[in-house]
Design a protein around this ligand. Structure first.
Ligand SMILES: Cc1cc2nc3c(=O)[nH]c(=O)nc-3n(C[C@H](O)[C@H](O)[C@H](O)COP(=O)(O)O)c2cc1C
Length: 204
């Protein structure tokens, strides 16, 4: 058995990756985490040639990723919230999975667990991921939503900027180590991630 995780976060070792790793480890099976960040994945141009062939006209890193997803027994899909929706890396990846949709619904019934993060608008990435996998008739076995971190924590202006998301949420308090959300410190979420991995393994 092999589980493939696809991470849409550009942050190596960030919240999303930590949560996804916990889910993947908890399956008890062989697993691999693929980071979309840094991959050569062109934007779908909407030519719909893939309707006839179930293959995209572009040759890029999606070829290998699609091969691994097709071979995998289950998938863990992870996206972060940006501008009130799932982030662009993940959105582009989802659009490029279109060749697997037409006529054959090639991902139908494949078990998938969803992991998403957010600082304020925490459900937005989850909603986008869920609508996507359900449209592809995948078997969504469950999900977790972790906390997230505002970019205002690290931009250098978070305590003074009038538009700071940090100030909007936390008020006039100093940004310290404790301000940051860390998945490893969130024991409830860690437990949910462990259970999600186990549920995914049972669904195979
Ligand atoms: C450009 C940008 C836009 C963001 N927009 C939102 C948002 O609309 N809502 C929200 O809750 N978090 C937002 N965030 C916070 C991210 O969701 C947060 O950084 C992420 O959860 C952390 O995951 P990571 O450590 O894996 O990067 C935004 C972050 C960036 C950099």
């Amino acid at each position: 058995m092999k589980i493939i995780g696809i991470s849409g976060s550009p942050t190596k070792g960030g919240v999303l990756e930590s949560a996804m790793t916990k889910v993947l480890e908890s399956t008890g099976h062989e697993w691999e985490l693929i980071r979309l960040s840094g991959k050569n994945i062109k934007f779908c141009r909407g030519c719909i040639a893939c309707a006839a062939t179930n293959r995209c006209v572009f040759r890029d890193d999606m070829d290998e990723i699609i091969e691994k997803i097709m071979e995998a027994d289950a998938v863990v899909l992870g996206g972060i919230t940006r501008n009130n929706g799932v982030n662009a890396l993940m959105k582009n990846f989802m659009e490029r999975l279109s060749p697997l949709f037409h006529r054959k619904m090639l991902l139908k019934d494949k078990p998938v667990a969803l992991v998403s993060t957010g600082f304020v608008t925490t459900q937005e990435a989850y909603k986008d991921l869920s609508e996507f996998v359900n449209g592809f008739r995948m078997n969504e076995v469950g999900n977790i939503v972790t906390g997230g971190n505002a970019s205002c924590y690290v931009c250098g202006f978070g305590e003074t900027c009038p538009y700071s998301a940090h100030r909007a949420v936390n008020g006039d308090v100093k940004i310290t180590n404790d301000t940051f959300y860390r998945f490893e410190k969130d024991s409830n979420c860690e437990e949910e991630a462990t259970q999600l991995g186990q549920t995914l393994a049972q669904a195979i």
